[in-house]
Design a protein. Structure first.
Length: 201
């Protein structure tokens, strides 16, 4: 837990409380940390890797809510666990993960007692709100092809290792629509396509 920025600002008592009640865990890429509708007894604090959180519709389609990575905590997990309500999304490991699982009762005690931890939690919520506002703006004002291109260009690498199905889940449409738009991009020299890989030209 020492890798988390808030840890050094905690009281000595709460540092010990965390250390004594944190369980180190490792998870493989592709695993679901929790599913939409689950009620989780613990919270995960990520020290390695990246997680995608999606909202699923009864039609089977999904849309990306946000990502979180090392040093961050999942707002869907926190809200659902802290309030004992079902998770509003599904969390999927995009890479191998390492982190700590902590019982809700410990987190609740820290949140009440420690201002440093409160500040960390509110910072995480502010970050997610900013992302959600940008997502709503994109959905409202950009066409689907522009949203797809914007998403691809936002990646740090020109090579994006995603299948058409995975990209459809992130964008919130069908695989067939994604394939059609990507083929149009390829025809116009914007991308090169191969199995589970999209390369920006």
């Amino acid at each position: 837990m020492k890798t988390f920025r808030f840890y050094s600002s905690l009281s000595a008592e709460n540092q010990k409380l965390l250390d004594d009640n944190s369980t180190f865990i490792k998870l493989d890429a592709g695993i679901e940390l929790y599913r939409q509708g689950d009620t989780c007894p613990n919270l995960m604090f990520l020290t390695k890797g990246r997680v995608r959180v999606v909202r699923q519709h009864e039609s089977g389609q999904s849309i990306l809510l946000y990502y979180f990575s090392q040093g961050e905590q999942c707002n869907v997990n926190f809200t659902g666990t802290f309030n004992a309500i079902p998770a509003i999304g599904t969390a999927i490991a995009e890479s191998d993960l390492e982190g700590y699982s902590i019982p809700t009762s410990i987190i609740a005690q820290m949140f009440i007692e420690d201002k440093a931890f409160q500040a960390y939690v509110f910072e995480q919520y502010a970050k997610r709100m900013e992302h959600m506002a940008a997502l709503i703006e994109d959905i409202r004002f950009l066409g689907l092809d522009s949203r797809i291109l914007h998403f691809l260009q936002s990646k740090k690498s020109k090579i994006i290792n995603l299948s058409h199905e995975e990209l459809a889940d992130i964008i919130g449409t069908s695989r067939e629509v994604i394939s059609r738009i990507l083929k149009s991009f390829e025809k116009n020299g914007i991308v090169k396509l191969s199995r589970k890989k999209i390369e920006l030209v």
